[in-house]
Design a protein around this ligand. Structure first.
Ligand code: ADP
Ligand code: MG
Length: 247
């Protein structure tokens, strides 16, 4: 019997900050091609969980495996190279550079050599920039200084900068915060498009948006998983209503 292919498996993950367990014996399994949404009250440990997966924070105990590779003790840049991309809540684009250069500098380095090969590499980078700009809806803005983009466009640019690395797992922390209704709609379409070729973990509060994009929802509370499953099941769970949706 073959089940869906696992991309990420997190087991018994724990992190303590001065004795306080921000993540407490947590298990999480994400399939290939899955778009998982994590919800939960402020302080539940959602951002900390992403920090642990991308290597920004070290686990006190437990295991993180990505495509059967042990990630738990790897440095951040090796985790990126293995194929995990992560977008933080505060955008980190180069405001003074055009969209094109923002994408260009995000292409994984260490591939170019000299002469003809370097030239070939330039063409490869250019093609990739154009493909990603298309995907994030900024193909007509390549020469626009990033600082002049709308709030939503800046968020899409940052997602594009991550896509330049072609990650197999992309993690986004509250990607639609501050967006207009129209920008939210465009973002939902974008996320649906990009998860066709990769897995995603998205932290979000907007329940309409979650309902729209989630394949499965994980509800966190006090560093643990409170509930997990399809949105309608999770929404009807009395424990979830009690600690989160009821407020
Ligand atoms: P969420 O993203 O679900 O709102 P966080 O993961 O940001 O929650 O925080 C979970 C808990 O861990 C909070 O109580 C927070 O104060 C604490 N915490 C997070 N990072 C640190 C840290 N580096 N040092 C101490 N406490 C932290
Ligand atoms: Mg958070």
């Amino acid at each position: 019997m073959s089940s869906a292919e696992l991309v990420l498996s997190v087991e018994d993950l724990t992190v303590s900050f001065d004795g306080f367990k921000a993540i407490d014996s947590l298990n999480l399994y994400v399939d290939k091609g899955e778009l998982r949404v994590i919800i939960g009250p402020n302080g539940a440990g959602k951002t900390t969980l992403l920090d642990l997966i991308c290597g920004k924070t070290r686990a006190s105990a437990g295991k993180i495996r990505f495509k059967n590779l042990e990630m738990t003790r790897l440095p951040e840049h090796e985790i990126v190279r293995a194929g995990i991309g992560r977008k933080f809540q505060t955008p980190s684009i180069y405001e003074n550079l055009p969209v094109f250069q923002n994408l260009e500098v995000s292409f994984p380095r260490g591939r170019g050599v000299f002469g003809a090969l370097a030239f070939k590499c330039d063409a490869e980078v250019r093609d990739r920039v154009h493909a990603v700009a298309d995907e994030i809806g900024l193909a007509d803005q390549l020469q626009t200084e990033a600082g002049l983009l709308s709030h939503g466009q800046k968020q899409w640019l940052e997602i594009g900068m991550l896509l330049m690395q072609d990650p197999e797992l992309l993690m986004l922390d509250e990607p639609i915060a501050g967006m207009s209704v129209r920008e939210r709609e465009v973002t939902a379409e974008l996320l649906e498009r990009i998860c066709k070729n990769r897995s995603m973990i998205v932290i979000e509060h907007d329940m309409e948006f979650v309902k729209r994009i989630a394949h499965k929802v994980t509800v966190m509370h006090q560093g643990k998983i409170l509930a997990e499953g399809p949105m309608d099941k999770v929404q009807a769970d009395p424990r979830v209503i009690d600690v989160y949706l009821g407020h």
